[in-house]
Write a protein that binds this ligand. Structure first.
Ligand SMILES: O=C(O)c1ccccc1NCC(=O)[C@H](O)[C@H](O)COP(=O)(O)O
Length: 214
């Protein structure tokens, strides 16, 4: 199972979190976020990482040229679209960045809204389901209604996100079967400042689960 820790801002935390077991790290490229990082901050954080760690830039309603420039300049391996991007936008981004993983994040409001996930699976590599918050795009600490996701089985891999912590991850994964999990505020001291003890506890909790199941 993939484990993505999102909202990294400090290079030394990036290498420490990778050593603890994360398979992917997320860098917030949304200027209004308290976890926002510049291209040079991302480059510094990515430089010391082993090649097998996925490095994902998180964007919201940025243009294809803006995203492409940041991806190329900072050496990211993937892009997470966390705004209102439509399937056609994902297609255009794929043309511009054919070798970069595209993750479409959906902030799920209802069971009907969950059905829109199917519109994206042809154009992206991976989906990410996050909780909906009326004022914040992400990193909210709000959990999804996991019972709504029990039957969720799209035609592509997907991450479960939204309010996950070392304390609730086992319960979440007993109800849903994602290909990966994504955490941010649940392993932080403050926005952008990860708590390595909480990250270690997370991997301790994940040891009790069969991580090879998807
Ligand atoms: O984290 C942010 O500040 C953020 C800002 C704007 C768009 C997306 C953002 N985060 C995206 C993520 O992938 C978070 O990991 C995801 O929302 C889960 O966060 P949390 O509920 O705190 O675990």
């Amino acid at each position: 199972m993939r484990v993505k820790i999102c909202g990294i801002t400090q290079p030394q935390q990036s290498t420490a979190i990778a050593s603890l077991g994360a398979t992917a790290l997320g860098f917030i490229c949304v200027p209004t976020s308290p976890r926002y990082v510049t291209t040079s901050q991302i480059r510094a954080a990515v430089a010391e990482l082993p090649a097998n760690i996925d490095t994902i830039g998180v964007f919201a309603n940025a243009s294809v040229p803006e995203i492409s420039k940041i991806v190329v300049d900072s050496g990211l391996t993937g892009v997470q679209l966390h705004g209102d991007e439509l399937p056609d936008f994902c297609y255009q981004l794929r043309q511009a960045l054919p070798n970069v993983e595209i993750i479409r994040a959906l902030r799920i409001r209802s069971l009907d809204h969950l059905d829109t996930a199917a519109n994206y699976t042809k154009y992206v590599d991976t989906l990410l389901l996050d909780a909906y918050h009326p004022e914040q795009l992400g990193g909210t600490g709000k959990t999804l209604d996991w019972t709504m996701l029990e039957q969720f089985s799209p035609n592509c891999p997907w991450f479960l996100a939204g309010g996950l912590t070392a304390d609730n991850i086992v319960e979440a994964l007993s109800q849903v079967n994602p290909s990966g999990v994504d955490l941010s505020s649940g392993v932080e001291r403050a926005p952008g400042d990860k708590d390595l003890d909480k990250v270690a506890l997370l991997f301790q909790s994940l040891k009790n689960i069969d991580l090879s199941r998807s």
